[in-house]
Write a protein that binds this ligand. Structure first.
Ligand SMILES: Cc1ncc(COP(=O)(O)O)c(C=O)c1O
Length: 446
């Protein structure tokens, strides 16, 4: 039987190579072709593939108990992973962890948590979650409604809740026609306007990615943005949810990406790099006050998933966090990120179809334009992002293409997020393949 026959793939027309093995920053298919995992899959692989310590932790936990239901037991693995996570948070009171099996589940859990919190805090009318255009929070319908990716949302609008959206802090294409030099943070003040329009008493939370990933290719807000957002949330008594599914646990060179701006959210959402992909794992870290309010109130978070608090995944999470700590990988992400982003800029910025090269830590985006003077983007039909990714893949480089940053539909970028263990020599190899791939695409459209 052909391996493809019984599997419902995401892209029904694509022929996927079959993976054979993966080690460090490399992946091999079953024909022996070697790839650099330049995006850690979908910004997942933080510590590198096939680390023996993680395999050992998995075996050890599997020999004890792979599954228990969270309504019956807790486990040492869950307790340990939660403690290790809370050691990383910027404030002691960000200290209650709810485990799930992925990013979308974690986002759904965070918004339900905040909704239940306000009901139990005596403000039952606070239910709206404000979010941003050109952002992504997952593909379940609640999370998709929060995202601002029009082409992903449009099929499902009829079955999604209305949620208010504001403009993103997209300096390369500022919605307010400002430049970083004369920026008055209108994109942040936009939140205040939205709150006033909606009615502050009806707004429960604001959710956003500290650096926007999948939809727009590593959009880094200007300094002061997050501080202003925090002030606005405080002014109107609105919870701030940082969706750190892509950016958290060292990806951007700090424990959490929000640490770059000394901004403390009320809730942090995590997944991807938390388990480095060894098993599915997501988490919501909530402030003590949120936990206490529900504990004093009904005493029950009316929510749950069968694979929440899974001991095997928690053991992996704990082992990954210990490995990151032992190998100093967050510091390394900061250091190698500086080298990586400089190299990307030096090598790629002059290419005609490259409009912007940006990055923080080992989280980088390259945005493509058809006109460097006006920054006009390519027509969607050309699928420049996929073309670049395809060229790179054929040369042995895995990248993560995306689009829709400009208006939810158009705009092309690729994301790069190599494992945090990448060396300088491997960075040279990666950027060299990428450059050749972009030039090949440029050559094909000239
Ligand atoms: C910021 C962000 N939040 C949530 C998600 C959803 O995570 P998952 O695909 O694990 O459901 C993603 C996935 O890319 C993401 O980038």
């Amino acid at each position: 039987m052909q391996p493809k026959e019984n599997v419902f793939y995401r892209n029904l027309r694509k022929n996927y190579p079959v993976v054979d093995k993966a080690k460090g920053i490399y992946v091999w298919d079953n024909k022996g072709k070697k790839y650099i995992d330049g995006s850690g899959g979908a910004v997942v692989v933080s510590i590198g593939h096939s680390v023996p310590e993680i395999r050992e932790a998995m075996i050890k936990q599997a020999e004890k108990a792979s599954f228990i239901h969270s309504s019956h037991f807790t486990s040492d693995a869950v307790l340990e992973c939660a403690e290790l996570l809370c050691n990383l948070t910027p404030e002691k009171n960000l200290n209650k962890v709810y485990f799930l099996s992925g990013g979308s589940e974690a986002v759904e859990s965070a918004i339900k948590l905040v909704r239940q919190y306000w009901r139990e805090a005596g403000q039952p009318d606070k239910y709206k979650i404000i979010s941003r255009w050109s952002s992504f929070h997952g593909n379940t319908t609640g999370a998709l409604a929060l995202g601002g990716h029009t082409s992903r949302r449009k099929h499902y609008l009829a079955i999604m809740q209305y949620t208010p959206h504001i403009e993103p802090p997209y300096c390369f294409r500022c919605a307010f026609n400002e430049t970083p030099d004369n920026c008055s943070l209108q994109c942040a003040d936009n939140l205040e306007r939205a709150i006033l329009h909606e009615g502050p008493d009806s707004v429960a939370a604001f959710i956003a990615e500290p650096v926007i990933g999948a939809t727009a290719g590593a959009i880094i807000p200007i300094d002061g943005y997050w501080q202003r957002i925090r002030q606005i949330c405080d002014k109107y008594d609105i919870k701030l949810i940082a969706d750190e599914v892509m950016t958290g646990i060292g990806r951007c060179g700090k424990n959490f990406c929000m640490d770059h701006w000394n901004t403390v959210p009320d809730i942090i959402v995590l997944a991807k790099g938390l388990s480095s992909g060894y098993t599915p794992l997501g988490a919501v870290i909530a402030k003590e006050e949120i936990h206490q309010t529900i504990k004093r109130g009904s005493g029950l978070f009316v929510h749950g998933h069968t694979f929440g608090q899974n001991p095997l995944s928690a053991a992996v999470g704990a082992a990954v966090l210990k490995y990151i700590n032992k190998k100093n990988l967050i510091e390394r992400s900061r250091k190698m990120g500086t080298i990586f982003n400089k190299k990307l800029k030096d090598e790629l910025s002059d290419i005609d179809i490259v409009g912007d090269v940006r990055g923080l830590g080992l989280f980088s985006g390259i945005e493509f334009v058809c006109d460097k003077n006006s920054n006009e983007c390519f027509e969607n039909d050309l699928k420049i992002n996929s073309q670049v990714a395809k060229q790179a893949f054929s040369r042995g480089l895995i990248s993560y293409p995306g689009g829709g940053g400009v208006d939810g539909m158009s705009g092309d970028h690729i994301l790069l997020a190599p494992p945090l263990i990448i060396t300088e020599k491997q960075i040279d190899e990666l950027v060299s393949i990428l450059k050749r791939s972009i030039l090949a695409v440029q050559g094909s459209i000239d």
